[in-house]
Ligand binder design. Sequence first.
Ligand code: AMP
Length: 280
Amino acid sequence: MAAKAITRLANRASIFSPLPRRCFTSSSEVNSHAPPFPPREDLTKRCVQWVFLGCPGVGKGTYASRLSNLLAVPHVATGDLVRDELASSGPLSSQLSEIVKHGQLVSDEIIISLLSERLVAGEAKGELGFILDGFPRTIKQAEILEGVTDIDLVINLKLREDVLLEKCLGRRICNQCGGNFNVASIDIKAENGSPGIVMAPLLPPANCMSKLITRSDDTESVVKERLRIYNEMTQPVEEFYRRRGKLLEFNLPGGIPESWPKLLQALNLDDYEDKRSAAA
Ligand code: AMP
């Protein structure tokens, strides 16, 4: 990368640095089996800086958005920032459209610029903490993020690749309310020691039914390319966080009804949800 671009990246990255370290500190005993969770009594003060990793279609958006509601921190999805930029027909949109259409990654420079703008705008509104979804996707992005702020925890969602493809092909979005749905009905039997997996469709309410659209990059050939790019560019990011003791591996056992309670349990948040519902 040209020196000028690096300077601009570094300048952009420095926008992260005013973000004060507001959340709990990682424990020194952290490893991939015992991620850096705070003791339960700290949960009311929790203001997390978390990252979701995982292949396209695994459900990062679904679980990040649920956790963001539960913990009252913003869910920041870089894919959404890219789609907003595309929809705005701004100066970057024709360049981005070609990249996204082919399942390629947007340059680190552009994505950092979009993300810094989003975080700075959020900070101006008083937002604290974040759950990042879809960032970092390259080692360079991970290094920049690590250099400017302290990520508490990285949740790596996992599903087998044939299920990922079916889920991407079944994904539908309501073009009015923005809700995410899925028409795929997955029922894979256990075989050769691998567990079966059942995921019921996540159907929209009647008023969204006629407004459903499919993402232009959710076609079979583009999903396969996105999976290939994930394995090449993003899988090393898993190792980057594993080495730092920040990675929580989570194999999704099925659809939302089975996975959500187990994820909360893995995050030590099961009690937290009960208390929140009781207080509501
Ligand atoms: P997603 O909704 O996360 O699947 O992202 C949609 C598209 O946005 C991706 O296929 C990329 O083209 C682009 N994108 C999102 N996040 C990043 C990132 N961190 N780095 C590069 N490109 C990204």
